[in-house]
Design a binder for this molecule. Sequence first.
Ligand code: SF4
Length: 392
Amino acid sequence: MNPLNRETTATKYKKARFVLNLDKIPQLSTEEKVQLKQVKERYAFRANDYYLSLIDWNDPKDPIRKLVIPHVNELKEWGEIDASAENKVTVRKGVQHKYGTTVLLLVNEVCAAYCRYCFRKRLFMNGNDEVTYDIEPGLEYIRNHPEVSNVLLTGGDPMILKTPKLEKIFKQLREIDHVKIIRIGSKMPAFNPFRFINDDELMDLFRKYSLTDKRIYMMCHFDHPRELTEYSREAIRLLIEAGVVCVNQNPIIRSISDDPDVMAELWNELSYMGVQQYYIFQCRPTAGNEPFSIPIVEAYHKIEEAKKKCSGLGKRLKYAMSHESGKIEIIGVDHKHIYLKYHRAKHLVDEQKLIVCHRNDKAGWLDELKPVDGYKNDFYKEIRELPRPNVN
Ligand code: SF4
């Protein structure tokens, strides 16, 4: 595809404009607006005019609609607000350190729109105070931990920050010699690609700080091939041209990203664009996520089905669960067992450890699985002998 005519793009969408009020969406009926107000009061709503324009309002099951428009079933009592217990690995305000090599800096608590299934929706709630705009304590922590080679800027979406603020962060991180990779977790290429298309200074910044032997990685978050518009593709082209390595990671979500054909199309298209699908995550049992969750066995089979339709480059991903005990890859399912492996572990002793569990077709999270004798790790022995009662 040829690069976009920048003038036309800039004229048509100077920038995506936030939509914070459901009443401002003419396609929703009055009845829906009244119903969804309660949901919005519990879990924040935010969209923008560009992303809303991708919805096919004639299709009640439209996946883009499901991703961004509240649903009454979010009100079902289900899950936990911090399902991966991020509070236990928070070492300073807005700083998480779970795996030796990688530190997370939560630099912002806003996104260009909100995914209804967000695992960090607590950040958008009134009274939450986890994020910090002052990264100095985080930098100090990183300076004192020479094992940290990767820093992930996250939130919220760091790409909401103004370009000069990002420059300050990149510069300070580049002054720490042992930090090799700066990762940016962002759904901005999907939600608002004009953030990249319209900002030449941002591209200069990436060129300056994504070095030959110390790259910046954009951890993109595309959920559906319909998000790969000409604008998103242009944003990715510009990022790659500026020396940024782009990969994709997203959760498998009921009726949004759980169709094998949809997954295969997304992964193949991304591979054509030079973006590797890095992870597909099991949906965390986060409060409000009942309508989005899929049992592990069902998700595993759908992902395997999708892989059959992909080239080798399209299916270099891992299917994993971001559990409080580690990042656990789901490597196989047979008629009796589910086979798991710690890809990253909170406790070094579990790193690369194999866990074999009895097959449970309803389970959506590690806590609901029972390991076969001989495969228990500390998580099972000491922390959770029984499943959490509010996750069914
Ligand atoms: S982009 Fe990420 S942080 Fe923002 S709402 Fe979506 S899942 Fe949450």
